[in-house]
Design a protein around this ligand. Structure first.
Ligand code: SF4
Length: 254
């Protein structure tokens, strides 16, 4: 049977799952090693260790997109109009992560394209970033009905895709947009108020949390604190890029 290189992880995954079902956990590998192997294949196999060439990153992201674009791992796959993978520079040093596509994003297949997206572009410009030089993605790739919060099972199914994108892009700083993104990435129930204004870490990458642009449209009083957050993010980013420890950057005083 002929198959493309992109299909290989999926075929291997299917084969190993069948074998494990027939012969049980003890088949060839220990239970722990099975978990590592299946998790790696679910995400498309291992990515190269160490720094990845920017052209290779674009290629890997494209391959990964092709591999998961028809995903039906959770019920949102049935109700989506478009699968919303992510957009931006595959070699971006700053990655922005929201919670899930909304109506406009579902219709257009791109994250942050509606009014909230336009506001996000303005916020980026205010701290001297163009939309094209960052990478923007969501935790979920498909729209939850009526824009409700993602369910734990949807996050469990979809978050490995985001991990893989992060592994390929290798950002130096992540900006989480909104409570749901912050709480989900940091695996915490801490309020947005307590997550903002300090440096966190997500899988070894510095992470800052701020408001979701849609929240700013509904609550203009959040714009000023957001301005402090993004100024802080810019300073942290500059420190990282200059090889200085980001922990030494203090949050701007209101
Ligand atoms: S939300 Fe994620 S896991 Fe669910 S169908 Fe879409 S891509 Fe697949």
């Amino acid at each position: 049977m002929a198959f493309s290189q992109e299909q290989l992880p999926e075929l291997l995954l299917r084969y190993f799952r069948q074998q494990r079902e027939i012969f049980g956990d003890g088949f060839v590998l220990s239970r722990e090693k099975w978990e590592v192997l299946l998790h790696s294949l679910e995400r498309g196999g291992p990515v190269p260790a160490g720094p990845i060439d920017p052209k290779k990153k674009a290629e890997l992201l494209h391959q990964f997109y092709e591999q998961i674009k028809n995903c039906q791992r959770c019920p949102l796959g049935e109700t989506r109009i478009n699968f919303v993978f992510g957009v931006g520079d595959p070699d971006a040093k700053l990655m922005l992560i929201g919670e899930a596509p909304g109506k406009d994003e579902d219709e257009q297949g791109e994250p942050f394209v509606g009014r909230a997206g336009q506001l996000l572009n303005k916020i980026l410009k205010a701290i001297q970033f163009e939309r094209e030089e960052v990478y923007i993605a969501n935790i979920l790739k498909c729209r939850p009905p009526n824009n409700r919060d993602p369910l734990p099972d949807e996050v469990a199914q979809c978050e490995p895709y985001l991990h893989r994108q992060i592994e390929i892009i290798q950002p130096k700083l992540i900006l989480a947009l909104g409570r749901v993104a912050g709480q989900t990435l940091l695996k915490t129930k801490t309020s947005l108020a307590n997550l903002r204004g300090r440096l966190h870490e997500y899988r070894g990458i510095p992470l800052i949390v701020t408001f979701h642009p849609a929240a700013l449209l509904r609550n203009p009083q959040f714009k000023r604190p957001t301005w402090y957050d993004v100024q802080y993010a810019r300073k942290v980013y500059d420190a990282i890029m200059a090889g200085r420890p980001p922990e030494t950057i203090s949050y701007p005083s209101p």
